[in-house]
Write a protein that binds this ligand. Structure first.
Ligand code: PBG
Length: 332
């Protein structure tokens, strides 16, 4: 570089229009997946630790879907909150379970939304673990059979994608086999391939009433200290038939988002900005400690910059409205 005419980096930052031309990463409402908690009547209502998020009755879905579509969001991720729990998670794979009823309702309301369902057992088990427990051990191979039944029930109700999140080995292969055997060859699998045993799920467990009654999830979810293990998980799930994969949580794991993106380029990569990431911004904003809009946009832009194609976020509706209203946002 010529010393007399050094490159001036600030030139492209002078105006909003120049910054827009210089911008490398752009968020769009279509990148965002909006989570929905569908609840039995007795357990519906606001989630205290997640301001702006509620457990919705099936009868309340219509209003929610209208506002999601109005914001320009094109996909939703459904979680079920049942009233009955037992030791084999029966209410997860009943054909008339809460998630199936939610999917059916949404599909009657619109064909414009991709409907994704979370496939796990923790909210349906009386002990709150993601699998069958015997002698205090979470049993892998018994669990994946129940996950297969759950995924098939969701797909029969009309889900476009099923998203297994239990972190059981070979769950994707088992579910792919179950869907194909039921003639549901067009239903895809979004695998929570890289899911860490994270403390950032705290508020979600209040929302989904899924806190484990004993122990923790470290025998099935990943150790937050590991990154190479993540690319192994991602490759395995693609080999088992995953159509898309996910890294979760998002912001504390941007290095993992990047390394999975590079190691496994053949499928779309989702990242989940989880409940704790959402609630931290909400709580700080409520105290006046940071600006909610700019903090949320900055976090989501960073997740996309790291390599995510799509982001699951509780901010989906709000961020989409903000994006529709302006082309420039303040990052600093
Ligand atoms: C179910 C599941 C969890 C989340 C998504 N699916 C909770 C957990 O593993 O304990 C967390 C989502 C969030 O925190 O927003 N297994």
């Amino acid at each position: 570089m010529n010393e007399l005419s050094p490159r001036r980096m600030r030139r492209m930052r002078t105006t909003a229009a120049l910054r827009a031309l210089r911008r490398e990463t752009r968020l769009s409402p279509q990148d965002l997946v909006c989570p929905i908690f569908v609840a039995e009547d007795a357990v519906a209502g606001p989630v205290g630790s997640m301001p702006g998020v509620s457990r919705l009755r099936v009868s309340e879905l219509e209003r929610e879907i209208e506002s999601i579509l109005a914001a320009g969001v094109v996909s939703v991720l459904l979680f079920g909150v049942p009233t009955t729990k037992d030791a084999s998670g029966t209410s997860a794979y009943n054909g008339d379970g809460i998630v199936c009823r939610g999917v059916e309702r949404i599909k009657k309301l619109t064909d414009r939304l991709a409907v994704i369902t979370d496939v796990c057992l923790c909210s349906y088990m009386d002990h709150g673990h993601c699998g069958v427990v015997r002698e205090g051990v979470i049993r892998n191979d018994e669990t994946i059979e129940l996950l297969r039944k759950t995924a098939v029930a969701h797909a029969q109700a009309g889900a476009d994608l099923v998203a297994p999140s239990a972190m059981m080995d070979r769950q994707v292969r088992e579910i792919r086999g179950g869907l194909d055997a039921a003639g549901l060859t067009d239903v895809g699998i979004l695998s929570y391939a890289v899911k860490y045993a994270s403390s950032f799920y705290g508020p979600f467990r209040e929302a989904a009433v899924s806190k484990p009654a004993f122990g923790d999830r470290r025998s099935y979810q990943m150790d937050p200290a590991n990154a190479r293990e993540a690319t192994a998980e991602a490759r395995l799930d693609v080999a088992e038939g995953a159509d898309a994969i996910m890294v979760k949580p998002a912001l504390p794991y941007l290095d993992v988002v990047r390394s999975v993106r590079e190691a496994v380029p053949e499928v779309p990569l989702f990242a989940y900005q989880v409940s704790g990431e959402y609630s931290m911004i909400k709580a700080a904003a409520a105290n006046g400690w940071l600006d909610e809009r700019n903090a949320a946009l900055e976090a989501l832009t960073s997740i996309k910059r790291a390599g995510a194609d799509a982001i699951i976020t509780y901010f989906a509706k709000d961020v989409s409205r903000w994006l529709n209203g302006s082309c420039d946002f303040r990052v600093n």
